[in-house]
Design a protein around this ligand. Structure first.
Ligand SMILES: [Zn+2]
Length: 199
């Protein structure tokens, strides 16, 4: 079965190692779970398929959905919608191995982060600097953001630049970490402090 191996970051022809059928039970259609083995890294992959067939045509199994392992990239659900959309597109590009496009969308995500924090500078470099001046990000996150900006700039402006898979993965993960910091931890910590001081 051809599936994407999240470890190998590529489509592989995985071998079946076992299966389980959940038969039609009056509530939902039959479902087939197949345990696969990646031929390259030997890691397990569990996929689920729904029976979309009928009596006339017999069993027809739809496109397999990977149940395990969970995708290593997830989009912070708390981030504002436009930022999630930009970052989801970065992840889609990455999964499709369009690494340079993925870095460009990470840069766009970063621009969106500045804008939702009320920072409208003429360029991203000064916007990130302003984020630091306003203590929205610390020195470390400033450094990360600035490197992401530079990677994104190269991806946009230099037609000869082709981003490697490890660099694209890091770009995705650092962007995700900044989203987590700003929209999950920072906000949650402020609430935590408020709760503590009201006691
Ligand atoms: Zn693999």
């Amino acid at each position: 079965m051809i599936v994407e191996c999240f470890h190998c970051r590529q489509y592989v022809d995985a071998q079946e190692a076992g299966s389980y059928w959940r038969n039609y039970n009056g509530l939902g259609p039959a479902r087939r779970y197949t345990l696969l083995r990646c031929p390259t890294c030997q890691e397990p992959i569990l996929v689920s398929q729904t029976n979309i067939g009928n009596i006339a045509d017999g069993d027809i199994w739809d496109t397999p959905v990977i149940v395990f392992p969970e995708s290593d990239i997830r989009v912070n659900p708390i981030a504002p919608r436009e930022i999630r959309t930009a970052f989801e597109e970065a992840c889609t590009c990455y999964r499709a191995q369009a690494y340079t496009a993925s870095a460009i969308m990470c840069r766009k995500t970063l621009e969106g982060i500045c804008i939702v924090h009320g920072i409208n500078e003429r360029n991203l470099q000064s916007a990130i600097k302003k984020m630091k001046e306003q203590s929205l990000i610390d020195d470390r996150l400033y450094e990360w953001s600035d490197v992401l900006r530079i990677v994104g700039n190269e991806a946009v402006h230099d037609v000869g630049v082709v981003l490697s898979q490890p660099d694209a993965k890091d770009t995705i993960e650092f962007t995700n970490a900044i989203l987590d910091y700003l929209f999950s931890y920072r906000d949650r910590f402020e609430q935590f402090k408020r709760r503590r001081s009201s006691k």
